[in-house]
Write a protein that binds this ligand. Structure first.
Ligand SMILES: Cc1cc2nc3c(=O)[nH]c(=O)nc-3n(C[C@H](O)[C@H](O)[C@H](O)COP(=O)(O)OP(=O)(O)OC[C@H]3O[C@@H](n4cnc5c(N)ncnc54)[C@H](O)[C@@H]3O)c2cc1C
Length: 185
């Protein structure tokens, strides 16, 4: 089924367009779509096959118009960390332009993949190294702390980090011991 709306989820049903389907396991995936602004103004933008905007080595779509984050056709686009890195890059770039310093080209930085499943269980991958279970969750939490620290003053980062810890609900998978093995993709 496509173009159907998931309306509700309970322990053993998922409701799609008013109809209840029995399921104890529901896996939700979603993509990140580009802002339609660029396609509706495609005469100004060079749009790549995946709908993202092609940018030059300074993240410019054309002179003085920067496109970043999900909208930009960069290597690791579609991730929150990339969007942050892009913003930091453009801020530094504009400062360099203003004071006539040497301009540095944009370098996409590789991001880790992580999938938290409830409390105390996560799957994490970086540089081809995979971790699943409690150790994955610990690494995921450390990555979250590092990301928050790059954004907020120390105290605010810590309290946001602790608040994150309380947000995850319980899940049956997390109670399974030993932790199920995750096959390498
Ligand atoms: C369900 C979901 C889960 C995700 N989980 C993760 C994850 O675990 N890790 C990860 O790294 N990434 C995750 N992502 C991807 C991540 O959220 C995006 O890559 C990131 O938010 C992109 O940042 P951005 O600034 O480019 O765009 P956005 O965060 O989408 O910000 C764009 C902003 O522009 C505003 N806007 C749009 N049009 C206009 C307009 N005309 N005028 C003014 N404002 C406007 C929007 O309201 C929005 O606030 C997830 C995405 C989704 C949808």
């Amino acid at each position: 089924m496509v173009d159907h709306k998931v309306e509700a989820l309970s322990e053993d049903t998922v409701t799609i367009d008013g109809e209840k389907w029995p399921s104890k396991t529901v896996i939700w995936t979603s993509g990140v779509k580009n802002n339609p602004f660029f396609l509706t103004h495609s005469e100004y933008f060079n749009i790549s096959e995946n709908g993202r905007v092609k940018v030059n080595r300074y993240l410019e779509a054309f002179k003085d118009v920067y496109v970043l984050g999900d909208n930009a056709d960069t290597r690791y686009s579609g991730r929150a960390y990339t969007a942050l890195q892009d913003a930091i890059f453009v801020a530094d770039h504009l400062e360099r332009r203003a004071v006539k310093k040497l301009l540095k080209p944009y370098r996409p930085s590789r991001v880790s993949q992580s999938v938290p499943v409830g409390h105390n269980w996560a799957y994490v991958e970086k540089y081809g190294i995979y971790l699943a279970g409690r150790s994955g969750y610990t690494v995921r939490r450390l990555i979250e702390l590092a990301n928050l620290r790059s954004l907020l003053p120390h105290n605010q980062a810590l309290s946001a980090w602790h608040a994150y810890d309380k947000r995850d609900g319980s899940c049956e998978l997390c109670k399974i011991r030993p932790v199920p093995k995750v096959e390498k993709a």
